[in-house]
Design a protein around this ligand. Structure first.
Ligand SMILES: Cc1cc2nc3c(=O)[nH]c(=O)nc-3n(C[C@H](O)[C@H](O)[C@H](O)COP(=O)(O)O)c2cc1C
Length: 148
């Protein structure tokens, strides 16, 4: 059974809702899923004993990209994560009216790649309310499951 860690940061609950939906799909696909709020996570957990690691953050800021407030310090420490050759997927919520739509997702993906992690599917960027795009989230999670 594949073991999957999902670490998410969410201020108003949108990325959390997305993470839960993804976790439900992966569970149905037979994964053992550990779902963790980033504020309760350690970078050392990433990839450690997991077949797949999912990272999710919303984007804040205005003129510049800011991570979700709990995710910001975690991101700063990510150079200590052993993600080399580990399978990873990235997701997050944002709003396309901002200059850097889901900029945190792009920065997370770049960080994972710089650490030698393998991003297994195109990153998921949710524009607005994730409740409006459940099918997209389910489809993406199924793609992630199939990429293992
Ligand atoms: C002050 C403020 C700044 C924001 N900046 C961005 C941004 O730069 N890029 C973006 O895609 N979304 C931006 N957003 C939208 C949020 O990322 C979006 O509401 C998201 O769904 C929040 O997810 P969360 O509830 O998981 O934290 C911003 C929202 C606010 C209120």
């Amino acid at each position: 059974m594949a073991k999957t860690l999902i670490v998410y940061g969410s201020t108003t609950g949108n990325t959390e809702t997305t993470a839960i939906e993804i976790g439900n799909v992966l569970g149905k696909e037979g994964h053992e899923v550990v779902l963790q709020d980033v504020s309760k996570s350690k970078v050392e957990d990433l990839g450690n004993g997991y077949d797949l690691t999912l990272l999710g953050s919303s984007t804040w800021g205005d003129d510049e990209i800011e991570f979700q407030e709990d995710f910001a310090s975690f991101f700063e420490e990510m150079d200590n994560a052993d993600l080399k050759d580990k399978k990873v997927a990235v997701f997050g919520c944002g709003d396309s009216t901002y200059t850097y739509f889901c900029g945190a997702v792009d920065e997370l993906q770049a960080k994972v790649e710089s650490l030698g992690g393998k991003v297994v599917v195109e990153s998921l960027k949710i524009d607005g309310d994730p409740g409006d795009v459940t099918d997209e989230i389910v489809g993406w999670a199924q793609e992630v499951a199939a990429a293992l």
